[in-house]
Design a protein around this ligand. Structure first.
Ligand code: COA
Length: 397
């Protein structure tokens, strides 16, 4: 069954730049501004590994007899050296630090809030949303669509986007969508299509990612991967105002895989009513994800580039999702047809880890000021699904 699904490819409609402008019916879209925010709390690899290893040693001590009898497996130790060498990650910024490092909890401590207060994730989103609005010189009433595009939302409904829309005083539609680490570029793809079709004039796409709540810090294979960050983009119709980045192409594409999955969700409580020991799954087959995504992601980006007539040598920079430094190296090389450098494909994961969908927007914002009008870059983000989003942008005068 999975082989059958694996061979299938679903593909959103490609939205090209410049297809109908001549008739005057279509307005091109542009990224007017971006914003990102990271918490000031930092956990180094050494701190994280010390906590994880203390948990593993205690578990192994307490379950020594069962381990010796072969009934359960020993929990293996982690190491900072492995994490740095295998992933490139050196530290991560986190929403709340003490709960993650406490081996009795290993999750952030976040107090529940009364329903009259803004929710934790909406407040987290607002930190980057406000920066993007301020940079653009807009307030909420200038926005006519809000898309929350992230790995997870803290509740099922009302949509987080509705809460953010209300918080900024925006008009029009608001909805949440998920596509894991690729979500922000799926959001950009949708915003671009809506603007070109005349359905929206100015869309806020925001990606608030508190990934340390999703991660399992007691599982060696994944405990080091994620950090927390929030990012936002304002995408609008081109009304001739200077500045920003023309969106000259977007593309989004999927290929089914469950090699990376998080099963936390609304059915868990029903499952636990049948099996109280049931623990939802968060795991990945790291090798498989690495190999599959390094093959798939650049193909999607190159398909988009070919469709809009963009040659690799005409791309000054690619801003890639940050998961693993070797993946960044290989994907950059396949998109650009040249070796990766910090100039042509910057890396930010050493400081932030994998901040899921927010990472590509953060990377773009951190490494775009030096580009000059007329220069072109490609954003590419990939993750569970598998889903890959790509966008080509050109700096405006
Ligand atoms: N500390 C110490 N050793 C570890 C370890 C840890 N935290 N995790 C695994 N190891 C060990 C393994 O047991 C294995 O030992 P062995 O060779 O004796 O069997 C060895 O290190 C290699 O493990 P492996 O899982 O093959 O490591 P890797 O080189 O594939 O790196 C990842 C692991 C997760 C960093 C890497 O696979 C990866 O980044 N994959 C992509 C995942 C990804 O990007 N996900 C998000 C997509 S958006």
């Amino acid at each position: 069954m999975s082989g059958w699904i694996d061979r299938r490819r679903s593909c959103f409609t490609l939205v090209r730049s410049g297809t109908r402008e001549e008739s005057g019916a279509v307005k091109n879209s542009l990224i007017r501004s971006t914003g990102y925010w990271v918490p000031s709390n930092v956990i180094s690899n050494d701190e994280l590994v010390a906590s994880y290893n203390a948990y593993a040693e205690r578990f192994n001590r307490e379950h020594g007899a069962a381990i010796d009898a072969g009934e359960i497996a020993e929990v293996p130790l982690s190491s900072s050296e492995f994490i740095r060498n295998a992933s490139g990650i050196e530290r991560r910024h986190v929403y709340e630090k003490s709960g993650i490092l406490d081996i009795d909890s290993m999750v952030p401590r976040i107090p529940p809030r009364p329903i009259e207060e803004i929710s934790t994730q909406a407040e987290f989103a607002m930190k980057s949303v406000q920066i993007a609005l301020d940079k653009a010189g807009y307030d909420g009433s200038d926005i006519d669509g809000v898309i929350v595009a992230s790995s997870a939302q803290q509740r099922n409904f009302p949509a987080l986007a509705c809460e953010i829309q209300n918080a900024i005083g925006a008009n029009g539609f608001a909805f949440d969508m998920t596509m894991a680490c690729a979500a922000a570029l799926y959001g950009l793809h949708m915003a671009n299509g809506m603007i070109k079709s005349g359905q929206a004039r100015r869309v806020l796409v925001c990606s608030p990612e508190i990934m340390t709540c999703i991660n399992v810090h007691s599982r060696r294979e994944v405990h080091f991967i994620f950090g927390d960050a929030s990012a936002a983009m304002i995408v609008e119709a081109d009304d001739g105002k200077p500045g920003g980045w023309d969106v000259i192409g977007t593309h989004a594409e999927n290929k089914w895989s469950s090699a990376l999955r998080s099963d936390y969700g609304f059915i868990n409580i029903a499952e636990q009513s049948v099996d109280p020991d049931f623990a939802p799954h968060l795991d990945q087959d790291g090798h498989r994800v690495f190999k599959d995504v390094v093959g798939f992601a650049p193909k999607v980006a190159r398909r988009m580039m070919e469709d809009i007539g963009l040659a690799p040598e005409d791309v000054r920079r690619t801003w890639l999702h940050q998961a693993n430094i070797r993946m960044v190296d290989m994907i950059a090389k396949r998109i650009l047809d040249r070796d990766r450098t910090e100039d042509n494909a910057p890396a930010i994961l050493q400081e932030y880890g994998n901040t899921s969908s927010s990472s590509v927007v953060m990377n773009f914002e951190m490494h775009s000021d030096d580009m000059v009008a007329g220069e072109t870059g490609v954003l590419c983000a990939y993750g569970a699904g598998y889903g890959v989003g790509a966008a080509a942008v050109r700096k405006r005068a």
